[in-house]
Ligand binder design. Structure first.
Ligand SMILES: [Zn+2]
Length: 474
């Protein structure tokens, strides 16, 4: 993608983005085609989606077919990977942090969060759970389609049911905070008392069962998922480059498994082995928890179970996946430590504070942030804030965005430009392509192993470490 585009090209893109196809007149179409045929400047990848908006048959009224063919050829060959990416060469001292989002795990067969909820409802129908059916209808009526919203609500409810004053406070803040008379308040407090009793008696078990079903569904889809090329490429990279951190917002075990399969050790996230012999251990920071982590509601004890063993037993059907367990410390309820991306997570999971602090440090220290399949969603405000703060604090830091969505990088550039004085747009580099396809070339190039098109001489570091590399085992 061109680092900068001409004012003319920018205006075409902006106008066409706003226009409906039928609004594009003959004169404008002529000017547009002339530009696309004759300008020698590089075209922005946005043309690929914008061109689809233009009606081909109406276009034929103004432009000869062979011209259209030429234009389409030019648009389909627009380079969607910034060439600058291939000019980066990593030194031994360069700090690299990967950040993985749902897009990195999608090719491993993990459904996206918006698809999980409909699956949950299908399952509820199969097992004939009337209460879940009712909840499904309620969600459908209100257009609630994201399982993480449901999980969040279940978490808040679970927390509130144990801290009953929280319910009335929530009610106060959200609904009746202002302008109520004394009488109304009294009525309100009677209503709440009544509600609370109902909550305690009838809803807790439903809530617990819903949570359990949600967890079962989430973990079921994830436990058997296998690492894909994205995960393998990252392991290729960290085998050759020491100063690498990996942060993921995914609960699944794909990244972990790819690392462990290549005989590398993982640094334990939940127990404090941080001061012992950590140099040869990989730093994998799972910000939203993991399918092999469990958490006790009562004593807040967090445990990590052996992922490969867990997967193995599950796949052989020797052990069903333990969605609920009993805490060895206190006898309380133990659940998987999977956390929906909302900022109140601190409230529920003190354990995560350390993990989040480490993630922040790794992001702030990085020379390069390689962000894969991560959508910078609204719910993840904390991560988004860390990232923009880090980019603001460290002017030499660069981001490589590997994402299918062509709009993501421009949106980020816009956002950073608004928050950071004289933001240098070339600090954001993008590869608009699936990470499975784009990452191997990028990784090789960063390590100085090969250029994407032609073979290049291997760098000393790469050569020195080649013997350490092993063939992918899965
Ligand atoms: Zn406990």
């Amino acid at each position: 993608m061109p680092a900068t585009i001409s004012e003319t090209q920018k205006q075409f893109l902006e106008t066409l983005q706003k226009m409906r196809p039928e609004q594009i007149g003959t004169g404008y179409m002529h000017k547009l085609c002339e530009f696309l045929m004759e300008s020698s400047e590089e075209l922005d990848p946005a043309w690929q989606s914008i061109w689809k908006k233009i009606n081909r048959s109406s276009l034929l009224r103004y432009v000869p077919p062979h011209f259209i063919h030429e234009i389409e050829k030019r648009i389909s060959s627009i380079e969607v990977i910034d060439k600058e990416i291939y000019k980066i060469k990593i030194k031994d001292t360069t700090k690299v942090t990967f950040l993985l989002g749902a897009g990195a795990s999608a090719p491993s067969g993990i459904p996206t969060v918006d698809k999980l909820l409909s699956e949950l409802w299908n399952r509820a129908r199969k097992i004939g759970r009337e209460d879940l059916d009712k909840l499904a209808k309620w969600c459908a009526d209100r257009n609630i389609t994201n399982i993480e919203d449901l999980l969040t609500a279940a978490y808040i409810s679970n927390f509130s049911s144990k801290n009953s004053s929280v319910i009335s406070l929530l009610d106060y803040f959200l609904f009746s905070g202002s302008g109520t008379s004394l009488q109304e308040e009294e009525y309100e407090s009677r209503r709440l008392r009544r509600q609370r009793t109902q909550i305690d008696v009838s809803s807790i078990s439903f809530l617990q069962e819903t949570l359990q079903t949600l967890f079962a569904l989430l973990t079921n889809t994830m436990i058997s998922a296998k690492p894909n090329q994205t995960h393998q490429s990252i392991v290729d990279f960290l085998k050759l480059h020491n100063d690498t951190s990996i942060i993921t917002t995914n609960y699944d075990g794909c990244m972990d498994e790819a690392i462990l399969n290549r005989k590398l050790k993982l640094r334990s996230a939940l127990t404090s082995d941080t001061h012992l012999d950590v140099t040869d251990k990989v730093d994998l920071i799972k910000m939203h928890g993991s399918i092999n982590w469990a958490y006790c509601d009562s004593c807040h004890d967090a445990r990590e179970f052996d992922l490969l063993e867990l997967k193995n037993l599950y796949n052989k059907d020797i052990l069903s996946y333990p969605v609920m367990g009993i805490c060895k410390n206190c006898g309380g309820l133990r659940r998987p430590l999977l956390v929906p991306p909302l900022s109140f997570k601190f409230l529920m999971f003190p354990t995560l504070i350390d993990i989040w602090n480490t993630a922040r440090q790794r992001i702030e220290n990085a020379d390069y942030l390689i962000i894969i399949g991560y959508s910078f969603s609204e719910a993840d405000t904390y991560i988004t804030k860390i990232l923009s703060r880090s980019m603001a604090m460290k002017p030499s830091q660069k981001m490589i965005i590997v994402n299918n969505d062509p709009k993501l990088a421009p949106t980020l550039i816009e956002r950073f430009s608004a928050h950071i004085d004289e933001f240098d747009k070339t600090r954001i580099l993008r590869a608009v392509k699936s990470s499975e396809l784009a990452l191997p070339d990028i990784i090789n190039s960063l390590l100085g192993k090969t250029a994407p098109a032609k073979k290049a001489k291997a760098k000393t570091t790469a050569r020195r470490n080649t013997k350490k590399r092993k063939k992918t085992s899965s």
